[in-house]
Structures are given as C-alpha cells and as structure tokens.
Write a new protein. Structure first.
Length: 364
C-alpha cells in the first residue's frame, strides 16, 4: 500500500503548514484545524512541515498515542519519496518507534484513520539522528579451512536488491551473461550471490517469489544455512528493499524477536520463534561491516542517494531483519571458533539499479 497522491484528491482548502525547530516535542493540538478528505471508509488528514534546512531528521511515534485504525506516512515533497506505512502493528515489539531517516526541507504527513474518529496527534517529537562512532571492522585474511580465494556472500530479496547482485550469481540460468565475481579486482576474493526471483523485476507488491531465499521464514532459514555451509564465506552482506525515498539505509543492530510480521505461506511466522535459542528473546546482535566507509563511498558515487546508518532500532520485524539476524548470528558462530568474519545488512531504496558494496564497486 502506498500513500495517496495529492494530485488525485480534491482538497477544499490549503494544507496546514507548520515550521518547527529540531529537536522539538509536539503537543496534542498538532492536527487541530485540519479538515479530512474522505477516501472509502477512512478520513485522510494532511499536515506539512517546513524545515529551515534539509538536514537529517527522524520522528518519534508512541504506541500509547497511536490509534488502532491509523496508518501514517511521511512524504518527502522534494522527491516524492516516502517513509512508512506505520500502523498499530508496528509496535509489536516496541512501545516507541523512530521512523526512517529523512533529509529534506518539506515533509507532508498523511494520517489515515477510520471515518468519524477524532484525529489526535500521533507524533511525539522530531529529532536529529543519533550519532555513534563505531570503529570500522577489517577482514583479516587467513586461509584457515578456506579455498584459495576467500568468498564474500551477497544475498538479496525484493527487487531491486536481487537484480543488483545478479551479476555475482554462479547459476547460469539466473545469470546467463556470466559470473563477474571471480577474484574481484584481483583482490583475492570471490564474490557470489543468492536471491529469489520475481515474475516482475520492477514490482511494487512483489510477494514471496521463488528459488533461493524466498520471502518466507522457513525457506529463508533452510536455504541460508545450506548456502553458508556450502561456500564458507569470510564476509556476508545482505540486501533488502526499504523506503521509497532515494535512501540507502545501513542497519547497525538486529533483534532475536518473538513477534514477527506474517509472511505469505503457513506457517506465517518463524519456527521456532524467537529463531535463535542460544540467547534470550530480544537479544541484539550488531553489524561488523565498515559502515562509515560504505556511507562515504555511496555519498561520493554520484548516484543521488542519501546513505545513513540506522542506530535507532531493528530492521523492521520482517524477512529483512530475519535475514540480517541470520548474518550476524552466523558471525557469532564463526567468532566462537576463532574464524575471522564480517557480516551485516543494508537496505536500499527501490530506485537503485545496480550498486553493491564489496571490496570494490560492481560495474554497470
């Protein structure tokens, strides 16, 4: 589901505009003097924020003030990208949500709520991103238990995250143009990729897909352990699709959740849940990839993307976080037997055509 394009709606009056400082805590009157637009059984309320500078920001949402029928979007009016949707189900594991990062001067809030329900303020506050200094990890090259070229594993999910890494697949049926990952840039690493396939490579609602690592908890977990056992990678980067806002989000932490969002096929949730029985529920595991370096490379690539590291919370309680957790979980296993290893997850918006981070940058 996407937000409703304003151009298709009949607005009887101008949208209420607010200028705010950052950080700022909002009061309960935020949506006062806003009149709804009727859409099916819902009322749609709009509110526009005007910021002095196009600097990175987040909004904080609280479960205690979020109505059970509400759906909330944050729309970047400069590029028509958006963050969301947020619903009551977004709070399954947390009483507070920090939204995806936005970097713009003009943000449109779209609040959809059931007809005749009085709109209340669903926004707690606006903040700057948390900044943390995490030392970049380095892959220590050793040949213990490994083939001559150490392998780096790339995994994808919904397009374009699967299409971006297709050239690194060693499966001729999936990559008829030929594998390009052998001894990548003469650095002594072979880069290989695994990903599901979708009928429409430019899909919006993509579904489960088919092949390796389908968007299904059981299929993902079974394929995952088979893949890492067979290729024994020295590093793993997992990709997925994120917000439709020209951003590249790198996740810092992943949770061993009990509650997950349902997938497409029964059983709809991980079995077992939480998936990792070696640590308590909600245990965090952390990325060890050189995230600051990745952000710098993307910023200097000229692709027009906004990269950032998400230090705020997990990766969404769905298959993206499930896959990312498997990556850092596998790293912990390798650490326990003293095998150097690096793993993390990165989430790219759907506008990316072909760009992956590895010891070198894939060519178009």
């Amino acid at each position: 589901m996407a937000y409703l394009a304003i151009s298709t709606l009949k607005l009887n009056e101008p949208i209420k505009k607010i200028t705010t400082d950052i950080p700022n805590v909002f009061d309960t009157s935020l949506f006062d003097q806003t009149n709804p637009v009727a859409e099916a059984d819902n009322d749609i309320y709009y509110l526009e924020f005007e910021l002095d500078r196009g600097e990175p920001i987040h909004f904080i949402l609280l479960d205690s003030i979020f109505h059970k029928s509400s759906t909330l979007y944050f729309i970047d009016l400069n590029n028509n990208g958006w963050v969301g949707p947020y619903t009551k189900n977004s709070f399954l594991n947390n009483s507070q949500i920090i939204t995806g990062q936005m970097k713009t001067k003009n943000i449109l809030i779209e609040l959809s709520i059931s007809r005749s329900t009085t709109p209340k303020n669903h926004l707690s506050s606006i903040i700057h991103p948390k900044k943390m200094k995490v030392p970049d990890s380095k892959i220590i090259r050793r040949n213990i238990y490994r083939e001559p070229n150490n392998k780096i594993l790339l995994t994808g999910y919904w397009p374009p995250s699967n299409e971006a890494i297709r050239p690194f697949s060693q499966n001729h049926l999936l990559n008829p143009e030929g594998w390009i990952g052998g001894n990548w840039e003469n650095r002594g690493f072979d880069i290989v990729s695994y990903f599901p396939i979708f009928t429409d490579p430019d899909c919006q609602s993509c579904g489960q897909g088919y092949g390796d690592l389908e968007v299904d908890y059981q299929d993902t977990s079974e394929d995952w352990w088979n893949i890492v056992d067979s290729i024994n990678p020295i590093a793993i980067i997992t990709f997925s699709r994120g917000y439709i806002d020209h951003s590249w989000e790198l996740e810092w932490q992943y949770f061993n959740y009990f509650y997950w969002t349902a997938d497409f096929t029964e059983p709809f949730y991980p079995t077992p849940t939480p998936p990792d029985s070696t640590v308590p529920t909600n245990t965090r595991r952390y990325s060890s990839l050189p995230m600051d370096s990745i952000v710098s490379k993307i910023e200097s690539s000229g692709l027009g993307l906004t990269p950032y590291i998400d230090y705020t919370q997990g990766a969404g309680m769905y298959l993206s976080e499930f896959m990312g957790y498997h990556g850092v979980w596998h790293k912990a296993k390798m650490d326990s037997v003293n095998i150097p290893f690096c793993s993390s997850w990165t989430r790219a918006c759907r506008w990316i055509d072909r760009l992956g981070y590895s010891p070198g940058k894939p060519q178009r």
